[in-house]
Write a new protein. Structure first.
Length: 108
């Protein structure tokens, strides 16, 4: 079992344990797909407060939890700030070409 971070941050699933249907289900919701597209931009990692969507913080938290549980994003805490980033390399290793295909098909 992997050692947990000393902070009380959320656990991230091992990508080997994530099923394709779980990942696709997370990406099927338009708001979550928008979040993934934001995180795929060159800026990459973002503070939660910088994810600018017209939704309540509790709703954003819910969507980010689903994305985290699907293995798509990871959270990192620095002091009182929480950052989120896409697990691009890990997802690519587990599901080659999936993120690139999904992101290239998204309507802008």
């Amino acid at each position: 079992m992997a050692a947990r971070n000393a902070s009380k941050g959320p656990e991230h699933p091992r990508l080997e344990d994530v099923e394709l249907v779980t990942l696709l289900s997370a990406l099927a919701e338009p708001t979550r797909l928008r979040i993934v597209c934001m995180l795929a931009e060159p800026v990459g990692e973002r503070a939660w407060k910088d994810i600018d969507l017209p939704i309540a913080q509790s709703t954003l938290s819910h969507h980010l939890k689903i994305l985290r549980n699907a293995g798509l994003v990871q959270n990192r805490t620095e002091g009182t700030r929480c950052f989120v980033s896409l697990r691009t390399q890990e997802v690519e290793a587990r599901f080659p070409g999936l993120l690139e295909t999904v992101l290239s098909c998204r309507d802008h």
